[in-house]
Design a binder for this molecule. Structure first.
Ligand code: FE
Ligand code: CA
Length: 502
């Protein structure tokens, strides 16, 4: 055996898969290209999307990560075990400069409800190993451990919560928006690059690379498949459709949104079907988890009307105008149709902004950026799932940098009956260290049952009969490696909406 062969992994053995050589070829190797880790997402009962990006110099200001113009072949392997002794499927993809040498591999031919491991090889290097999972088969409903999170500002703290999420070995992770923040360098525990507010494709690519270099974030991606939707900061704070929130930096907002969507797609484990066309990107989609749950992943930015009354938190009759929309008409019809199909016991709406009514003060002021600014759209959805007999509807939310839990009401003013449940994940870091004593609830919102100002995420363990909910929190994020603890727990029953004591 010569030296070359000794550095070569001989792989194979799985039925129907020919033996494959996956050579380390360390001699004459180029710089290590897998600096941004690996990821998987969009699980089905037969497959998953695998993601990586080749970027030996990830923060190069041109956004190309130190890569030349040449296309590069990226080999990939999916195995039944962490040591890759039993391969399931293998293949190769081509990473090209036009998409910043990212790859989105749609793997098929896997078995339902199974754990798999994957890795890539390119430029003489083998990537980190990722763990992923296929969805269970339709007709089966095994228990599901799902974590969800949002709002990960790089400067506001360390991504310890992502590390703790990885350590929970979940079946699935949802990120509900504000995965990156677009602002320039500010004050915090670490500093944004580029240092100015990002606005063009190179800038958005570098910003995504900065975040993806974080090893806590990489650990969470490498541990479970993700389902992602964006909120505003992936483009610009509080933008609405093609309406910018402010005039800085100057320039064409349509082009800016196109650049932001392009970079977002490039850096997420999404299907090629989600690849943007110009300034448009089809992000809302359904993902089935056997007959247990259906994830309706919503886009509440791209199609919305402008925030009413100039945005902000205020009393605004225009917010109740029945013609106003947060989802857009097409997405609303698609969601109601999906709810009518009753594909699983649970209908889980993965989305960005606060869904329940939330009065800020006795005057009736509400947030115009949230569903409170689009109340007719909310009422139509709520009535829609009630009319269709969906009792297991749970809205999963991000955006507000605090933990909240609410009963969704047929009528918030009269507090007429509970028709669903909303769980709001706090931020991973945004807002910095919280305040464990900040727990106050307003009597103006009797359907809102829980509030806590700490960073973390939400853990759910779901069966056909109930969902066990744990709000997980860290005391601080401005110091590294804090432990996580459960600060509140609930049970939600599939046939009886609303929060119950565990
Ligand atoms: Fe945020
Ligand atoms: Ca937001």
């Amino acid at each position: 055996m010569d030296a070359m062969q000794r550095r070569t992994f001989l792989l194979g053995g799985a039925a129907g898969v020919s033996a494959a050589l996956f050579s380390a070829r360390t001699a004459n190797a180029a710089p290590y290209p897998f600096t941004l880790g690996v990821a998987s997402g969009e699980p089905t009962s037969a497959g998953v999307v695998l993601w990586t990006r080749l970027a030996p110099s990830p923060l190069d200001t041109d956004g190309f990560g130190g890569m030349s113009t040449a296309p590069v072949t990226v080999e990939w392997q999916v195995a039944h075990d962490r040591n890759f002794t039993q391969l399931a499927v293998t293949g190769s993809a081509t990473a090209v400069r036009a998409s910043a040498h990212t790859v989105h591999v749609e793997v098929g031919g896997l078995q339902p409800g199974r754990e798999y491991w994957y890795r890539f090889r390119a430029m003489g290097h083998i990537s980190q190993v990722g763990r992923t999972r296929t969805a269970p088969a339709v007709g089966t409903s095994p228990a599901m451990t799902m974590l969800f999170a949002s709002c990960s500002h790089y400067e506001a703290g360390f991504f310890t919560a992502y590390r703790r999420m990885a350590e929970e070995h979940p079946d699935l992770i949802l990120h509900l928006g504000d995965y990156i923040y677009e602002g320039g360098a500010g004050s915090g525990v670490r500093t944004h690059q580029p240092t100015a507010e990002i606005a063009d494709l190179a800038d958005y690519r570098v910003r995504h690379a900065l975040y993806k270099r974080d090893t806590d974030l990489q650990a969470a991606h490498a541990e479970a498949p993700w389902l992602v939707v964006w909120d505003d900061h992936e483009v610009e704070n509080n933008y609405a459709g093609l309406i910018r929130a402010n005039s800085s930096p100057a320039g064409d907002f349509r082009a800016r949104r196109a650049a932001a969507y392009q970079a977002y797609y490039e850096h997420m484990p999404l299907r090629p079907a989600q690849a943007p066309v110009g300034e448009n990107m089809q992000l809302y989609r359904r993902v089935r988890w056997g007959s247990l749950a259906t994830f309706h992943m919503l886009d509440t930015r791209q199609y919305r009307d402008d925030q009413a009354c100039g945005d902000g938190t205020k009393v605004c009759p225009e917010a109740d105008d029945p013609t106003r929309t947060l989802t857009g008409a097409a997405q609303e019809a698609w969601l109601l149709d999906g709810l009518a199909q009753r594909l699983g016991t649970w209908d889980l709406l993965g989305q960005q902004v606060f869904f329940a009514q939330r009065l800020a003060d006795a005057s009736g002021a509400k947030s115009m950026d949230a569903w409170d600014g689009y109340t007719a759209n909310r009422s139509r959805l709520q009535q829609g799932w009630v009319q269709r007999g969906n009792t297991g509807t749970v809205v999963l939310t991000g955006d507000v940098h605090r933990s909240w839990a609410s009963n969704l009401m047929a009528d918030y003013t009269t507090q007429d009956r509970v028709i669903g449940t909303e769980l709001v994940a706090t931020s991973i870091t945004s807002g910095g260290d919280g305040n464990a004593a900040d727990t106050g609830l307003s009597s103006l919102n009797p359907h809102v049952k829980f509030f806590r100002n700490l960073r973390g995420y939400v853990r759910t363990v779901t069966t056909p009969s109930q969902m066990n909910v744990d709000f997980r929190a860290l005391d601080r994020v401005t110091v590294r490696d804090m432990p996580v603890k459960t600060v509140q727990s609930y049970v939600i029953q599939a046939d009886n909406p609303g929060l119950q004591a565990p």
